[in-house]
Design a protein around this ligand. Structure first.
Ligand SMILES: [Zn+2]
Length: 289
């Protein structure tokens, strides 16, 4: 498969397994440094209606402790946005992959008119019944929704890495933003792959694993100007502004080389940690005899 961003055919395999012991090959494009699953894995059409959360969160409905965590995440993301862009005035905000809508609730409380879409039936129902959100749509964003509408902000948290065609999705987002409108993203960072636990980091639900450079490249080619990238734990937070047209992606073999080197060190670190944990466990067992 050629690279979905730069169309180059040269790539190198990084890892051949994923979460839940799935056979899954992640490769890095040697031209632009994008990490993607090759060959692509197709998920059942209704996977995100219920199965995804059952498999990855352990339950299909939103429990009170998960709701508390979602509320905390929403407030953290709002603080990040308000601190970094203090002059952003409330207008219309859209969240694609909005889950239960906790961020949209916070947005609404700060004077925004909020809209959201998510395929998960029980989570969107929760947002409508518990959070009083009236503009939550249940369904996958296909590109036809909100077609003639304009927003000052589009947010996507842990959504972009799930999308089979992120270029197409960002083209849709671009059309729905007003000029100068803000795109707010949060995605895992392949440069911080859960302390080197690649079997857990890579998963069939993530056709892409972005790094700051590959995310920047994707934004550049879809007509966004990157404002900044920051981190929260292993996750990347990115703010970008809509500009007129996209540009050609940056091709630099050094990006892939640096990433491969970094991943090698993560893997060595993980292996050492794993050996230590095993040795301590063995010592503990011996002391109990
Ligand atoms: Zn590429």
């Amino acid at each position: 498969m050629t690279c979905p961003i730069c169309k180059d055919a040269r790539h190198q395999t990084i890892w051949t397994k994923g979460r839940f012991s799935q056979r899954l090959t992640n490769v890095v494009c040697l031209n632009c440094g994008l990490v993607f699953v090759d060959p692509p894995v197709s998920l059942p059409a209704d996977f995100y209606h219920e199965d995804y959360r059952r498999q990855y969160v352990g339950q299909a409905v939103l429990s009170p402790d998960i709701a508390v965590r979602r509320q905390r995440d929403a407030e953290r993301r709002w603080r990040y946005l308000a601190d970094r862009l203090p002059h952003l005035l409330p207008s219309r905000g859209l969240e694609i992959g909005c889950s239960s809508g906790h961020f949209l609730r916070v947005l609404t409380d700060h004077g925004w008119q909020s809209f959201g879409i998510d395929p998960d039936r029980s989570y969107t129902e929760y947002g409508r019944s518990h959070l009083g959100l009236t503009n939550l749509t249940t369904g996958l964003f296909t590109g036809a929704e909100f077609e003639n509408e304009q927003f000052g902000l589009v947010a996507m948290f842990h959504t972009l890495e799930h999308i089979p065609d992120p270029v197409l999705l960002l083209n849709h987002v671009h059309r729905r933003l007003v000029n100068g409108g803000i795109l707010f993203l949060e995605v895992p960072d392949v440069e911080r792959p859960y302390f080197g636990d690649f079997d857990f980091f890579f998963q069939a639900a993530h056709p892409f694993s972005f790094s700051p450079s590959s995310l920047g490249n994707l934004l550049l080619m879809t007509g966004f100007e990157l404002i900044r990238i920051d981190h929260h734990q292993n996750f990347m937070l990115a703010l970008a502004r809509k500009v007129s047209a996209g540009q050609a992606p940056v091709a630099d073999p050094k990006i892939a080389r640096d990433l491969l080197r970094r991943l090698k060190w993560w893997r060595i670190g993980y292996w050492v940690l794993f050996r230590w944990a095993k040795a301590i466990k063995r010592l503990g067992a011996r002391n109990r005899l």
